[in-house]
Design a protein. Structure first.
Length: 261
């Protein structure tokens, strides 16, 4: 049994050379939601052709392809533009490598349906297999993201399993040239908080796969940490100018939060 297709909320999966894990992720997502769209971000691993074959037999699976690798944020933006053109209002983004829990899709979409103006953020629950360096390092990015929003309710800035209202996210991305690569998730959360979107944090388990289990990671510690450093530098500059507004907002209201399990 698969769910009836939604006309407002879709699942959007950007993928770059994810290998066979992509097909498992897509099947799991489709088992819990419809429609599911995949944006192939210039992959050279042959996954696009097999995914097109899957989509030919599944009317609720759609494949969008970019001719060259542009980065996660650019792939998501490409999907958002087409989704908005087709009348969708919200997109749940999830990674293609199987780390995100497909069985939580209905819960997250349900929270968004009940709170359509909110940014629904996944808050990762790590298991023992999670790399300590990655887990520890994200605490730094989370601290900066919360400072930049004056503790506006971002439970985790890097976890890409979340539901975005499409219109405000597209507006934010049109106004600046950033957010196109690994800096997409944290900068999107910060800028949407600046735009006044309430946040709801929902815990979700995350799983890291070893290479022998089909795990794929394109994270580069030097390159991507440098990208995050530059991102937080420019966000801090933006924060300084917005500080009076954020302080007033902080006094007047509290961010919408959730302890859903």
């Amino acid at each position: 049994m698969t769910p009836d297709p939604s006309t407002s909320h879709l699942v959007l999966i950007p993928s770059y050379n994810t290998g066979p894990k992509l097909f498992e992720t897509v099947r799991d997502a489709r088992a819990h939601w419809a429609p599911v769209w995949v944006v192939i971000d210039g992959s050279t691993d042959g996954t696009a052709s097999e995914l097109r074959a899957m989509a030919a037999e599944d009317p609720h699976l759609r494949v969008l392809e970019l001719p060259a690798n542009r980065g996660k944020g650019a792939a998501v933006l490409h999907g958002l533009e087409e989704a908005e053109r087709c009348g969708f209002t919200h997109a749940l983004t999830m990674d293609a490598d199987g780390q995100h829990p497909a069985d939580r899709i209905p819960q997250f979409q349900g929270v968004s349906l009940a709170n359509p103006d909110a940014l629904v953020l996944g808050k990762p629950v790590f298991d023992a297999a999670a790399p300590r360096l990655r887990v520890g390092g994200r605490k730094i990015s989370n601290w900066w993201a919360n400072l930049e929003t004056l503790w506006g309710g971002i439970g985790d800035s890097l976890f890409g399993f979340r539901v975005y209202p499409i219109k405000p996210l597209r507006a934010v991305m049109r106004r600046n040239p950033w957010m196109r690569r690994f800096d997409f998730d944290p900068e999107a959360a910060v800028r949407l908080c600046w735009a006044g979107l309430p946040t709801i944090n929902v815990p979700a388990p995350v799983r890291y796969f070893k290479a022998e289990e089909g795990g794929v990671s394109h994270f580069n510690y030097v390159r991507d940490n440098a990208l995050l450093t530059w991102m937080h530098t420019r966000l801090m500059l933006g924060f300084i100018g917005r500080l009076p507004m954020l302080a007033v907002r902080r006094v007047r209201s509290r961010p919408l939060r959730s302890s859903l399990r």
